[in-house]
Design a protein around this ligand. Structure first.
Ligand SMILES: Cc1cc2nc3c(=O)[nH]c(=O)nc-3n(C[C@H](O)[C@H](O)[C@H](O)COP(=O)(O)OP(=O)(O)OC[C@H]3O[C@@H](n4cnc5c(N)ncnc54)[C@H](O)[C@@H]3O)c2cc1C
Ligand SMILES: NC(=O)c1ccc[n+]([C@@H]2O[C@H](COP(=O)([O-])OP(=O)(O)OC[C@H]3O[C@@H](n4cnc5c(N)ncnc54)[C@H](O)[C@@H]3O)[C@@H](O)[C@H]2O)c1
Length: 455
């Protein structure tokens, strides 16, 4: 079969790939986009969007339960079927990507369904069809749930994020393996729907990549809400039968039980299947290394989770923009990861940007920290129930600028925006100290944290 020609072949239509493919096509390039599952990737169908619908629903329940002592009485009845319906009908169109595929077709690009593999420099093969890319290949293959080789796990009806998002009912009980972003968000959401949740986390903290204060805060909230947390332990074996559900053996002894089991211990890439060896890249690596223009090899760009720069939709979109500008020769700034924001949408939300205190110290920065508690702020005190949180600043004391910050609390992810600007723009902390913060906002607590830097 003769090879089909295009200017650019995009493999993987996650948020970054979809954005890049559409923009390149709109710029007049001939674009072939290859997608094995759904156009849009993990985020709209099994990631950000449906999980935030779960969290919004769960947070409403929690707010309802906070009414007593604040504004009257409340009886809250949880009903997961409404969450499932909203996810099915509003978020995912029953996991149908027709609207996204049509949106892409309107840009003039050509969608090819199937699994793409690089078979030679500038060549991609999809189910026997060969595509020649005149200008280059953009890789946006994303990641898949990492399922560990735990004794007894394979073949059981365990959940990854995908089955959890597709759940039509909240289980009576749930064991969550992994206390990272997915584990904490889902644990709390299901617990608020009256699921008995047990989290098993291998490291000694929840959300271990973030500030320890955030972990302590979540731990306290989880305990209060009835979520059982086991840290510093792993599953050694899984037993399942239809009558009793899952029993998980933990190393060091002990067992935990759940009607359902969610595996959320991180993600994996499949570089060998993608055939990156054909362009000289390491097929056994975990991520694809790129330069600051997202170039991975001659005529190959890589964007999104596969680059290992933060598995977030906003990073994927940001990198897509850098790659598109490079491919079109438009110039502008190259990729800069000093101020990567991330928000874990637990309640309290944990927002963070740039370096944690520990990361800054590891880099030999002369660190000064500032801290304030949200309940001690005017707005936090007014807010009352559900006001837990803090703002922590990490300053490079020699340069007088923030290199990192954490904002945990009600709307912690929104409060983070000011701190992201400060880190990204290297705003001198002295200027943050003497600016005006609206009263009584949550973000006004930033001023107290800045004051604490100098106390
Ligand atoms: C439960 C969950 C919640 C999340 N919540 C958030 C959040 O709140 N905020 C946030 O910023 N991020 C969140 N994320 C992360 C976010 O979903 C990803 O960072 C985001 O989807 C970007 O990934 P990506 O662009 O690398 O590609 P992906 O979204 O992973 O898409 C890659 C696409 O490529 C396709 N593909 C792979 N290989 C091939 C191939 N060889 N040929 C053809 N097609 C291929 C796949 O089918 C897939 O559709 C969440 C993730 C999960 C799992
Ligand atoms: N709000 C958000 O932006 C959001 C939400 C969900 C997911 N995500 C993205 O998706 C990615 C994947 O999420 P995730 O939660 O799967 O990964 P993660 O890396 O955030 O957390 C995985 C956790 O599992 C633990 N772990 C590893 N092996 C284990 C084992 N055998 N037993 C018990 N615990 C084990 C790790 O120590 C870690 O804390 C995240 O890195 C994040 O970038 C983002």
């Amino acid at each position: 079969m003769a090879a089909e020609e295009a200017d650019v072949v995009v493999i993987g239509m996650g948020p970054g790939g979809e954005n890049a493919a559409g923009r390149l096509a709109e710029a007049g390039l001939e674009v072939v986009a290859v997608e094995a599952r759904l156009v849009g990737g993990e985020c709209p169908y099994w990631g950000c969007v449906p999980t935030k619908m779960m969290i919004r629903a769960a947070d409403l329940l929690a707010e309802g339960r906070r009414i007593p002592g604040m504004s009257g009485d409340s009886t809250v009845t949880a009903d997961w079927t409404q969450v499932a319906k909203r996810i099915r009908e509003e978020a995912t169109d029953s996991w149908d990507d027709r609207a996204a595929a049509e949106r892409f077709a309107r840009t003039g690009g050509r969608l090819v369904r199937g699994y793409g593999r690089i078979t030679a420099p500038g060549e991609v093969t999809v189910d026997g069809r060969v595509f020649r890319a005149r200008r280059g290949i953009v890789l946006n293959p994303g990641t898949e749930p990492n399922v560990p080789p735990i004794d007894g796990l394979a073949g059981t009806p365990f959940w990854t994020n995908r089955e959890a998002v597709e759940a039509e009912a909240a289980p009576g009980s749930l064991v969550v393996l992994g206390g990272g972003a997915i584990g904490t968000e889902m644990a709390q959401a299901f617990a608020r729907f009256r699921t008995q949740v047990t989290v098993v986390e291998a490291r000694d903290r929840l959300l271990a990549v973030e500030e320890p204060e955030a972990c302590d805060l979540l731990y306290e909230v989880f305990e209060r809400e009835g979520v059982t947390v086991h840290t510093g332990t792993r599953a050694t074996a899984v037993h399942h039968d239809d009558a009793h559900g899952f029993t998980v053996d933990l190393d060091g002894g002990g067992q935990v039980h759940g009607e359902a089991l969610l595996v959320a211990i991180g993600r994996r890439t499949r570089l060998r299947d993608l055939g990156v060896g054909a362009v000289g890249l390491d097929e056994d690596a975990r991520f694809i290394e790129t330069d600051e223009w997202m170039r991975a090899a001659d005529g190959v760009w890589a964007i999104g989770d596969v680059t290992g720069k933060g598995a977030f939709t906003h990073v994927s979109m940001y990198q897509a923009d850098v790659a598109v500008r490079d491919i079109l020769g438009q110039g502008g700034p190259s990729a800069d990861y000093r101020a990567v924001p991330r928000v874990t949408f637990t309640d309290p939300e944990v927002g963070a940007v740039g370096l944690t205190e520990a990361q800054a110290r590891e880099r030999g920065i002369n660190v000064r920290t500032g801290m304030t508690r949200i309940p001690a702020s005017s707005r936090g005190w007014i807010h009352g129930r559900g006001n837990e949180g803090f703002i922590k600043l990490v300053q490079d004391a020699d340069r007088g600028v923030l290199v990192g910050a954490t904002s945990a609390g009600p709307n912690g992810g929104e409060v983070l925006s000011a701190l992201a600007v400060a880190v990204h723009g290297e705003v001198p902390a002295e200027r943050l100290r003497y600016m005006i913060y609206a009263y009584p906002t949550f973000h006004r607590a930033i001023q107290s944290a800045v004051e604490d830097l100098y106390s």
